[in-house]
Design a protein around this ligand. Sequence first.
Ligand SMILES: Nc1ncnc2c1ncn2[C@@H]1O[C@H](COP(=O)(O)OP(=O)(O)O)[C@@H](O)[C@H]1O
Ligand SMILES: [Mg+2]
Length: 251
Amino acid sequence: MTSRTAGEPLVRLSGVEKWFGQLHVLQDIDLTIDRGEVVVVIGPSGSGKSTLCRTINRLEPIDSGEIAIDGQRLPEEGKDLARLRADVGMVFQSFNLFAHKTVLENVTLGPVKVRRQPKADAERRARELLDRVGVGSQADKYPAQLSGGQQQRVAIARALAMDPKVMLFDEPTSALDPEMINEVLDVMTSLARDGMTMVVVTHEMGFARRAANRVVFMDGGRIVESADPETFFTNPQSDRAKDFLSKILNH
Ligand SMILES: Nc1ncnc2c1ncn2[C@@H]1O[C@H](COP(=O)(O)OP(=O)(O)O)[C@@H](O)[C@H]1O
Ligand SMILES: [Mg+2]
């Protein structure tokens, strides 16, 4: 791993609690992610992984605790929230591209509307990013004309176009046909190598071993374990992690 500045926190969650009605979906979450760190979040379905991601850019409000990005506490609402949210890029399982806009327009929309970049600059940068994720030749097509793997790579380029400080990925390859999974993971691995700070929810354990600095295992709304990949995969501490790993590694 290159260009990681150890011990410089970029995202910090302290004592985060969240309820959905009676369901205590996030319980006493303390998690600090350093600049340049790649954290893979794994855990059973329903353990709160997506909710955790969504709280980091405040798509979901929290009930107590604190979340800070680059030293700034996430504001409740308003212009400051919009600005801070733009610092957090998010890539979802469903690619969420605008169907009626071209690939290029999908990537330039945020920079032009939110970052107020001149259109020509935004387009130049968008083409660079589309080249970087390997879909430069698709710039003038519409999303439906692309494969799932290509669409997800456009979604990554679109998030990068906002120059985020941190990228969140929530099961980015789960909706893809198997032959397209690696082309997306390769782009993510290269981002990680380039020093991007990343939080990645995934079941792709090969990616976790290859690219993660740390694996966080969640169950029942709690962080149950947090360790480097080698330690976590070879020597999980909790029965819950052992049980989870035996299910996903032996299928
Ligand atoms: N908007 C919501 N309203 C009520 N319950 C929700 C909502 N979103 C998620 N949940 C519940 O919260 C729990 C955690 O969900 P989620 O964060 O999506 O888990 P994961 O991503 O680990 O599968 C699940 O029991 C889910 O059904
Ligand atoms: Mg989820």
